[in-house]
Design a protein around this ligand. Structure first.
Ligand code: HEC
Ligand code: HEC
Ligand code: HEC
Ligand code: HEC
Length: 339
């Protein structure tokens, strides 16, 4: 074999391997989400769609509580959140949350052995109480995002004490040591899709009230107030959101004009409310629990666990592919807790 032939063969093998590793096998499924001709489509393989369905199976609900009966507060000693429920409804919630959050551990995950059920000895019970308030808050006050579909503990927990996706902590990656770059770039992490965008756009946008919009409102000088850093953070956040929902940018934007709301899909408006809701969950529910979590639940810099869109969505455009668990669990619908 002469050198040219060897060279051509080596190239062909390299190309073949690249094809094998990077291309997806058909068939593909296409959903058009925008107007004709705008290229606003979601393209997935049939296998990915099947896997998503398998990952989003809803467990059967407990039998409904019998109507009437005494209030739980008359029977039990230490009820601070579920005080509008009857004894039967209350017990039904206890059975359901055990199944959703700690099926292997049972009641003992939150109720210490040998203690009265009213005892708050375990931190898990204190956290679970706050989670009950958080869930009711989402269902009662964030209907502009969750509609009447709502959420239960299962939406995030899926049968485990720690949600599998969407939990994040402040980064302790040594930015400065990284190509001498203090902006958190060139340090690929999953949160921003392994791009060279800043590693923690969530810290910039999901822990305080504010806007992530960066495109100037007019062509005149003085209106383009956002810097490159902020713009990169916005792109990082957008990648994080798209990943969390398992969609492309064009699920929400017409990419010829990212900022134009009149060319965006209605889903972008839902996403806008979602951003405000995630901030509410982080700022008012998860971050204040910092002193309640034990050290092994805190992040590398000692911060509390926080959430992104993926905690509920887990790669689907609607969590649990739009299944409504709330109608079978009316105990979690409300009322909204006081702040
Ligand atoms: C994921 C945590 C968690 C699990 C698991 C759990 N509970 Fe609870 N339990 C709580 C919380 C939180 C409260 C307090 C609710 C409130 O303040 O409104 C509570 C309160 C109670 C109370 C009221 C006690 C009193 O006198 O104040 C009873 C009874 C109870 N649980 C029974 C059970 C049983 C039985 C199981 C297992 C089937 C169970 N719980 C599993 C979190 C949990
Ligand atoms: C929006 C998503 C979300 C919902 C809804 C939710 N949780 Fe959580 N939960 C979390 C996150 C995030 C954590 C912290 C995970 C970590 O420690 O990394 C957590 C932690 C917990 C823990 C502590 C687990 C441990 O081992 O430290 C308990 C108990 C818990 N949740 C119970 C509940 C109950 C009960 C409900 C329903 C009333 C509920 N959660 C609803 C997101 C959620
Ligand atoms: C699920 C819907 C959704 C997806 C998917 C999405 N975005 Fe966004 N995008 C939004 C929302 C909502 C805003 C406005 C945020 C705000 O007001 O803080 C926004 C804002 C932006 C902005 C700023 C626009 C301005 O007016 O300054 C840019 C740029 C942007 N997105 C780019 C992208 C890119 C690139 C992708 C894909 C990687 C993407 N988006 C995916 C919903 C989405
Ligand atoms: C507490 C759980 C939860 C979190 C966190 C959450 N969502 Fe959602 N989201 C839902 C639920 C439930 C629905 C379904 C509402 C319905 O049935 O109309 C939904 C629907 C949506 C839709 C509409 C999808 C469609 O096909 O019409 C978009 C877009 C969306 N969410 C974006 C986001 C973004 C972006 C974030 C993060 C900034 C986010 N969500 C965080 C629960 C959540």
């Amino acid at each position: 074999m002469n050198f040219r032939l060897q060279y051509a063969l080596a190239l062909a093998v390299a190309f073949g391997v690249a094809m094998l590793l990077t291309f997806e096998r058909p068939p593909v499924v296409t959903d058009q989400t925008g107007y004709r001709g705008t290229g606003m489509d979601e393209i997935r393989t049939a296998r990915a769609v099947a896997a998503l369905k398998a990952n989003n199976v809803v467990p059967p609900a407990q039998d409904p509580a019998a109507p009437g009966g005494p209030l739980a507060t008359t029977e039990y000693k230490n009820i601070q959140v579920l005080n509008n429920l009857t004894v039967d409804q209350f017990n039904r919630v206890m059975v359901s949350i055990t199944e959703w959050v700690a099926p292997d551990q049972g009641c003992g995950y939150c109720h210490a052995e040998g203690e009265e059920l009213s005892s708050d000895k375990l931190y898990t019970k204190v956290v679970a109480r706050r989670m009950l308030q958080m869930t009711r808050q989402v269902n009662a006050s964030w209907q502009n995002h969750v509609a009447t579909t709502g959420v239960t503990c299962f939406t995030c927990h899926r049968g485990q004490p720690i949600p599998e996706q969407g939990v994040w902590f402040a980064s302790n990656r040594p930015h400065a040591a990284n190509a001498g770059n203090p902006m958190g770039q060139n340090d690929p992490v999953a949160a921003v899709g392994f791009t060279s965008l800043p590693v923690d756009p969530m810290l910039a946008y999901l822990t305080s009230i504010g806007s992530s919009r960066v495109v100037a409102a007019s062509p005149y000088p003085g209106t383009d107030t956002a810097g490159i850093r902020q713009t990169e953070n916005t792109y990082g956040l957008m990648i994080n959101m798209s990943d969390g929902l398992g969609v492309n940018c064009t699920f929400c934007h017409n990419s010829r004009a990212f900022s134009a709301w009149d060319q965006s899909t209605p889903q972008r408006t839902v996403a806008y409310h979602g951003l405000q809701m995630v901030r509410d969950l982080n700022m008012h529910y998860l971050m204040p629990l910092q002193t309640t979590w034990p050290a092994n639940r805190l992040g590398p810099t000692g911060d509390a666990p926080k959430v992104t869109c993926a905690v509920c969505h887990q790669g689907a455009n609607k969590p649990l592919l739009g299944a409504n668990m709330l109608k079978d669990n009316p105990e979690l619908a409300g009322p909204a807790p006081p702040r």
